[in-house]
Unconditional design. Structure first.
Length: 202
């Protein structure tokens, strides 16, 4: 009986120590004190390894090694661009990364001289690289499926300069689909008629 009581007390103490350790990690401020906010870029597929690498790249956590150790083996994270704000705890950060509530990217571009320049800009702004974007923007079969019948030299005109909100994880193919919709919205019947009267083309 005494041995059982001793074992129970030992287990209770061990549980209390683990609980205190977990609570300390979960409730302390996550960000460095000199930062008001930062962005965490979690690449797909969004496992603990990608979150740990995102924390290393961010250089914005007070105790990055502790956070990295704390989430080891955890799951349910989703890739994306997440805004971490001052006062957030590690637990709140984990819940945010599991929610998938990304902060969108504001993309602004002027008319590009060629698609390589635009692909380079996109590769710097989003998860996919410039090669993937350029391939999607010049995929004539996919463009034909969207009803776009342009020659290669005409394709830059498909991408209307403006400001757009897109998620960091946006796929190149979905970006092209969005640009086709924006192109058609811009070149509405009235604007097309005006261009024709002026002797201009789309």
């Amino acid at each position: 009986m005494a041995r059982l009581r001793t074992l129970s007390i030992g287990l209770l103490i061990a549980f209390s120590l683990v609980s205190c350790h977990w609570i300390r990690h979960a409730t302390q401020d996550a960000l460095r004190s000199d930062l008001k906010s930062a962005y965490l870029l979690v690449h797909g597929p969004g496992q603990a390894e990608q979150v740990q690498q995102a924390v290393r790249n961010c250089d914005c956590f007070q105790r990055p090694d502790e956070f990295i150790d704390w989430i080891e083996g955890q799951s349910g994270f989703r890739p994306g661009r997440y805004r971490i704000e001052a006062g957030m705890t590690p637990l709140e950060v984990v819940l945010l990364l599991r929610s998938g509530k990304q902060e969108p990217v504001m993309l602004r571009f002027q008319r590009q001289g060629n698609l390589e320049e635009l692909a380079g800009l996109l590769g710097r702004k989003f998860e996919a690289d410039s090669t993937e974007f350029l391939k999607a923007m010049t995929d004539t079969l996919a463009l034909h499926a969207l009803g776009v019948n342009m020659r290669q030299e005409q394709l830059p005109a498909l991408f209307i300069p403006n400001s757009y909100e897109l998620y960091w994880t946006a796929k190149p193919a979905s970006f092209v689909e969005r640009m086709v919709k924006e192109y058609r919205k811009f070149w509405n019947p009235d604007r097309t008629l005006q261009a024709q009267k002026l002797g201009l083309t789309e």
